[in-house]
Design a binder for this molecule. Structure first.
Ligand SMILES: *[C@@H]1O[C@H](CO)[C@@H](O)[C@H](O)[C@H]1NC(C)=O
Ligand SMILES: *[C@@H]1O[C@H](CO)[C@@H](O)[C@H](O)[C@H]1NC(C)=O
Length: 112
């Protein structure tokens, strides 16, 4: 089953036309309740490493069960390294001439 939210997630990915995307998950991402966070995080040119902090979202009153991150670049697959549910590191391996993009989907806990 492909959920509508997953489709929205991938539509955004196609919209930026990035060629090299790395997907990584942390925690329990089996719950079919994704919250797509906006704005998409931009990886600025010339910045190889970025630590991303995942904010608390009002749509997830009980907190997150898991997080899905997708990092896209134009010329090389980025590396995603999760520290925990609220922080991960993205590393770019290309020439860094253009911007890259990071997408985050949070899987909410349904009960406290
Ligand atoms: C980026 O991360 C790599 C591997 O974690 C590390 O070797 C490198 O020193 C980092 N660069 C910066 C600028 O933090
Ligand atoms: C997540 O990991 C980072 C880096 O190790 C740490 O600074 C931060 O406090 C951690 N957050 C939580 C909620 O554990």
């Amino acid at each position: 089953m492909v959920s509508l939210k997953s489709l929205i997630f991938f539509a955004c990915v196609l919209a930026v036309k990035a060629n090299f995307c790395t997907k990584e998950t942390y925690g329990d991402t089996s719950e079919d309740y994704d919250v797509l966070l906006r704005p998409i995080i931009l990886l600025k040119p010339d910045v190889a490493n970025l630590t991303v902090t995942i904010p608390k979202v009002p749509e997830c009153p009980h907190g997150a069960a898991g997080v899905k991150a997708l990092a896209c670049d134009d010329d090389a697959w980025p590396t995603i390294e999760f520290k925990n549910l609220t922080e991960f590191n993205v590393q770019r391996h290309g020439d860094l001439k253009t911007a890259g993009h990071v997408f985050i989907a949070i899987h909410c806990l349904k009960t406290p």
